[in-house]
Every structure is written in C-alpha cells, then in structure tokens.
Write a protein that binds this ligand. Structure first.
Ligand SMILES: [Zn+2]
Ligand SMILES: [Zn+2]
Length: 267
C-alpha cells in the first residue's frame, strides 16, 4: 500500500501570495495524518480533495504560529461536519494550554473529543501505534521545544508471508531545526525525508542565528541518513531562485526535490 504525502504549505514565518505556511497530509491505507497546521490548511485540504473527517491524528512540531494558526479553524469545521471520532493531537506540552483555550471559547457543541497527547522526549520515542503505522517523535534543534515525526509502515504477518520482498515504507518530517549530529541517525533509511531549508547557503549565519537550516545542510542530513529522497520546504520569503536552491541540495544529495505548495508524493 502506498504512502501519499501532500505538501500544503512551503512558506516560513508568514503566508505570501503563492505559499502557505507549514502543513502536510500523509495518507496511509485511507487514514490521514496531518503534520503541522498553518493558516490556509483547510483550503489546501479542499483543493487536494482530502476529507476533514478522515484525519486520525494531528502532529504539531512546535508552538510557532506558522505551524499552528490553522488548527482552530480545522477543529471547528470538523465539529460542523458532525465528526464523532476522537481526534488525537500530539505536540509539546504547551499545546495543551492552546487546546484548552480553544475548547473554552469554541468547543461548545462539538460531538467529538480532542485527545491531546504531550510529547516530551530527549531521544526518539514511540508515540502512536495503530494498525498500519508506527509514529516516533524526536527532538529537533530549534529556538523553542520542537519535535520531528517519523512514520514507519507496519506490515501484517500475512503480507510478510505472501510478499516477503515487500519492505515497509517510511517517512520523516523535520521542521524547524538547525543541524545537529544525531538527526541523521534518527531518520536513517527513510524512503522520503522532508527537511526544512529556510535559507540558501550564503545566508548560513542567519540560519544559525534563527535556529534554521540551509538547503545544503538539509541535503547533508539526507545524505548522512541514507534517505531515498529528500524534499525541502519552509522557504524564507527571500528565496525566489529554486534552480539555485536545488543545485545547492543536489551537490550533497542528488535525489533532492524543492517542494511547491500542492505537490503530492506517492511512494
Ligand atoms: Zn516555522
Ligand atoms: Zn519555528
């Protein structure tokens, strides 16, 4: 079965005319997992024909608005559509207060429960284990507490027996982060790695000062991890030349792709 990743936003910091802030949807066996939920997520989901009611869980990396400001609207729309299934929301402890604020002002009449699960780890930790997929959280190196998420497909015994050649698929999401040595190990061997590339290499000083990565650093992580493919995003609004950005990535890791809003990857 395929993993299908829809990139809904590739901007950093704030929306611009042709880029939304961070949000992605990973579809696994008909289940939807949202990764971050920046402004515009609902409209992007509609454009991609993704159902709000099929979202099983939301994984928030950190409490910066460009990763979170779309969540209230989405939670509200789920209620209006009559959602009854529990919604799991993962993220740093502080997200619990944000969700309590939402519930206290806007939660009346919702027919479903928001099940918040605080992520708090210094190294990779299994946080979500469902029939088809296992999700591990790991800390990133950002200005505030921030987590990446790795999805590993689970193969049923029957599938392993009947198709011994099939390898479980995997995906890792790393936004936002400055480079650090353990990361490549934690995302090692994934089929697809998303890594932020907020700045080009000539702005490495700015990247370091703001706890972000350059395109070159993203590619070095993918190379060290032995990833199958790299997708970069979370671009500074100053990035206009994507050919140059891609060249920078491909010097270290040829299988690099510079995502644009709305891109879909199946693997
Ligand atoms: Zn960000
Ligand atoms: Zn951030």
């Amino acid at each position: 079965m395929d993993f299908t990743l829809t990139i809904m936003g590739t901007a950093s910091a704030m929306p611009i005319s042709d880029r939304n802030p961070s949000a992605q949807a990973l579809a696994v066996h008909g289940r939807l997992f949202l990764l971050d939920c920046g402004e515009g997520t609902q409209q992007q989901m509609r454009r991609a024909h993704l159902s709000f009611l099929k979202v099983e869980a939301v994984f928030i990396t950190h409490i910066h608005g460009d990763h979170l400001f779309g969540l209230f609207g989405l939670l509200n729309t789920m209620a209006m559509y009559g959602r009854t299934a529990d919604l799991y929301v993962y993220g740093p402890q502080a997200l619990g207060s944000v969700l309590n604020f939402y519930r206290s002002f806007f939660g009346d009449g919702a027919g479903y429960e928001i099940r918040f699960v605080a992520v708090d780890c210094r190294e990779p930790q299994l946080i979500h284990d469902s029939k088809w997929v296992r999700v591990t959280a790991f800390p990133l190196n950002h200005k505030i507490e921030c987590y990446g998420y790795r999805f590993d497909e689970k193969l049923t015994e029957r599938r392993q027996r009947e198709h011994p050649e099939v390898r479980p698929k995997s995906y890792a999401y790393c936004s936002d982060t400055a480079p650090f040595p353990q990361l490549a190990e934690w995302v090692s061997g994934v089929d697809l790695l998303y890594h932020e590339a907020t700045y080009p290499r000539e702005m490495a000083d700015k990247a370091a000062a703001r706890w972000h990565s350059t395109a070159e650093q993203a590619a070095q992580c993918a190379r060290d991890a032995g990833a199958g493919r790299l997708v970069v995003g979370h671009y500074s609004s100053r990035i206009k030349d994507f050919d140059a950005l891609l060249r920078e990535c491909r010097e270290s890791f040829p299988e690099s792709i510079a995502a644009q809003d709305g891109d879909v990857f199946t693997f």
